[in-house]
Design a protein around this ligand. Sequence first.
Ligand SMILES: [Fe+2]
Length: 263
Amino acid sequence: MLIKILCVGDIVGAEAAGLVARKLWAVRSALDADVCIVNGENAAADGVGIDVKTAEDLLAGGADVITTGNHIWRKREIRAYLEREERLLRPANYPPGAPGSGYAVINVSSYRLLVMNILGSLYMEALGDPFAAAESILAREKGRYDIAVLDFHAEATSEKAAMAHLFDGRIQAVFGTHTHCQTNDARILPGGTGAVTDIGFTGPVESILGMKIPLILKRMTTKLPEKYEVAEGNIRLSGAVFTVDTETKRCAAAELVNMPIEK
Ligand SMILES: [Fe+2]
C-alpha cells in the first residue's frame, strides 16, 4: 500500500493559520494525502510560538500532528497543553522534564506512523545531540511503529542533509523546517529515505520569511531593536508530499508543494 504524507512548512501568523485550518481538508484531498503534519512553530498571531486556540483549530482543520521548534515555549499556556495534547509536539532533544513529547505514534489506515520532531544544534540554541535523539526514539519505540517521519527543525543545510543520510533506510521521510526557504532538493536517498532540506514556510508572500519587510530592513540597516510584525497579503502554502510504500518501507516519491491558498 502507498501512504501519502503531506508535510506543511512553518505556518506564519494568524491569517495563514486560519486559512490552513479552513482549507487543509481541501488541500489534503487535492493532493490525495492520507495524513498531514504541519509545523506550527510560528502560527501564533505575532508569528512566534503557538497558542492553544490555534493548535486546536489546526488539529480540527485537518492536521494529524503539529510539530514545532525553538519558539515552542513563547506562549506560556502551551506548556500545560503539551502535557494533555499528544498531537502537538515539541523538539525531542529538550532536557528531560520538559513538558510534552518530541514524538507521537498515530494510526494511518492500518499502519502506525511515528512522527518525530527534533531541533538542530548548528547556529541555534544547542539542546541534546539531535542524532542521538533520533536514535533513542527509534530504539525506544522499536516494534511499535511501521513507518517513521522526522521534522528536523534546524538552521544548517549540512546538518539536515547529514540527518537524512544517517537515517537513510530507517526513517522513511526526513524533512527540514525553520529557515522558511524551500530548498529544491526533494530526493530519495539510496536506502529509500525521502528527503527535503527545508520545505519552506506557509504565510504571506510579500514578506521577509513571513514578516513585514520595512521592519526587517530597518533593523538590519540601523542595528537598532525593532519588533517584527507578521506581513499581510497573499498566502502560499509550502511543504512536501512523501509517498511511502508500506511493503518495501521505501519512499516511492518525494515532491515539493508550493501553492497559493485562496482566501
Ligand atoms: Fe524555528
